[in-house]
Design a protein around this ligand. Structure first.
Ligand code: HEM
Length: 266
């Protein structure tokens, strides 16, 4: 199963160009959802106004090499390794899910656009990456949703309580999980059996929810977070610090009570 391209077998029933149109539709939905979100929340306007204010409050003008160094550090630390999440489980779960998703989506595009026609070359690498990426997403996403989400981890809500904020993570887990089950059932060659078709339909629906739900879900954080991290790091480097005072230069004295509980209340 893991070395077979599930879209190649699917091309027997669904023409490849329909699959390609579906991918294009999903990308369009992401762009539209993000644009409507930006217009509705006015967050990009706030971002640029804030950047202008920070420029005025800057204590020093950054040289090109200083700015480049801040950008490189932001990409390497805040974005590629999501350092905002600190060391530990939260960051590991996020990295697993994030890289799993990137690999899964990239492999889906490559398999559908380059390896699903009848006369395409067979490839082993991309199907393997597709399955590994989906598996990583299911593990990382489930780890986060069942154990680490703030309302379960810190506020003692039961794991089965579902709210609107869970739309993104649940649709992400569902699309990868249904994709994996569909690929497995299809590889069993069940002929007239319906099982694989049910999971194909669930895979399609979960993708529609994931990519069509950008406006209502946390999907767009993957675009906003990098921008916010860059602004924060530039504000620290030029001394504007978002109008916040610098850290106090005195010993940390919080009393012994601070040691009684792990810091996990947000
Ligand atoms: C393909 C890219 C990404 C995927 C698939 C992804 C996935 C996720 C998921 C599933 C969540 C949990 C959402 C929830 O609260 O229910 C999450 C939260 C989060 N993500 Fe991402 N993410 C991506 C990119 C990024 C990037 C680039 C950053 C930072 C620069 C980032 C920072 C965060 C932070 C800070 C949280 C909050 C975590 C928490 O509440 O503990 N993510 N992400």
């Amino acid at each position: 199963m893991i070395t077979a391209n599930p879209f190649y077998a699917l091309a027997d029933t669904i023409p490849v160009f329909v699959m390609q149109l579906f991918v294009i539709l999903m990308a369009t939905l992401v762009i539209l959802g993000t644009l409507i979100d930006i217009i509705h929340k006015k967050n990009v306007r706030y971002f640029f106004e804030n950047a202008k204010k920070a420029k005025k409050a800057a204590k020093k003008k950054l040289s090109t090499s200083e700015t480049t160094s801040v950008i490189i550090k932001t990409v390497a630390s805040d974005i590629l390794t999501t350092s905002e999440l600190g060391a530990g489980k939260r960051r590991s779960a996020h990295l697993l899910g994030m890289y799993g998703t990137i690999i899964f989506w990239l492999a889906s595009v490559v398999l559908i656009f380059c390896y699903s026609n009848v006369n395409s070359d067979t490839t082993v690498l991309w199907p393997v990456l597709w399955h590994i990426g989906a598996f990583m997403t299911v593990i990382g996403g489930s780890w986060f949703w069942f154990f680490l989400r703030v309302d379960v981890y810190s506020e003692a809500h039961p794991w089965y309580r579902i709210i609107k904020a869970d739309l993104f993570v649940l649709a992400l887990i569902a699309s990868s999980l249904f994709g994996l089950i569909w690929s497995f059932l299809q590889s069993l060659d069940l002929n007239e059996r319906w099982d694989d078709k049910v999971f194909l339909v669930l895979y399609i629906i979960s993708n529609l929810v994931l990519f069509g739900g950008v406006y209502w879900s946390k999907f767009a954080h993957m675009f906003y977070k990098p921008g916010a991290a860059l602004q924060k790091n530039l504000a620290e480097a030029d001394g504007s610090r978002d109008n916040l005072p610098p850290p106090a230069d005195t010993p940390e004295k919080f009393g012994l009570g601070i040691k009684r509980d792990v810091p996990k209340h947000y």
